[in-house]
Design a binder for this molecule. Sequence first.
Ligand code: NAP
Length: 279
Amino acid sequence: MMDLPRIPLAGVIGHPIAHSRSPALHGHWLRRYGIRGHYVPMDVAPADLKETLNLLPRIGFVGLNVTIPHKEAVLQLADVVSDRAALIGAANTLIFRKDGRIHADNTDGAGFIANLRQNAPDWNPAAGPAAVFGAGGAARAVVAALIEVGVPEIRITNRTRPRAEALRADFGAKVVVEDWVQAANMLEGASTVVNTTSLGMAGKADFRVPLDGLEPAALVTDLVYNPLQTDFLQAAADRGCRTVDGLGMLLHQAAPGFERWFGQRPEVDEATRLAVLGA
Ligand code: NAP
């Protein structure tokens, strides 16, 4: 009997997973490029992670996106871990290679930078210090990426100070830790300002740090994309700053995985944004 080509399958694993916008995004790209493939959300409990990663490549999966709570655990189960995923300590993209090995990568930092480059093309990372609120998993990717593109100093503040100290220990002397109660101080002279906390997200607490020190020349961005225009971005815009919302990061971090799994570099444009927003 003639071998029929396998239909490539990919998906996102998390626990819970119903909130994920990734199926709408990848579904949009699959339709747009006429690719015969599927992308599915899968609710995988931590106890089932290992078994899931063993099984999926055998039934036609070419890779996965990984979200909370599996981003760290998959590093232990992968055969090959990219340098940036190792440095960040988490992976968001898995590629099931033809030789049976699982490759783990982290594309959050690249997605973060691509979003700024697309929406603020004249942004100059070397122009001055960056101020980063938060020191969770996403902050690690953001800090690694900011260092890579040449930001000279990164000021970090986090409610739980030891997490910020850990970032300094891992990323070196360019990282300066500021106390959370004095968070507003780090805005002075900062040319890039980033919220990586979940503050301001629908259903979470408000972002309350006073932004008086924010300079109008600063580029301000928020990783939160629900709502798109957070109070933090609105307050920055009111001070005359350029702002970039977090949705573009979500779209750009997804593009490398889609390309590896389905063989087509997808475009991130207004139609892509609308497809995800309408989901
Ligand atoms: P995480 O590892 O759980 O970190 C959460 C961060 O928010 C920590 O810094 C935490 O501080 C801080 N935080 C939470 N509640 C707080 C409160 N009440 N007061 C002060 N700080 C608080 O999560 P993550 O993966 O880094 O994600 C952080 C945010 O980025 C989420 O909103 C997520 O949706 C968003 N994100 C967006 C993208 C995108 O593509 N746009 C990608 C990744 C993440 P403590 O350490 O003190 O708890």
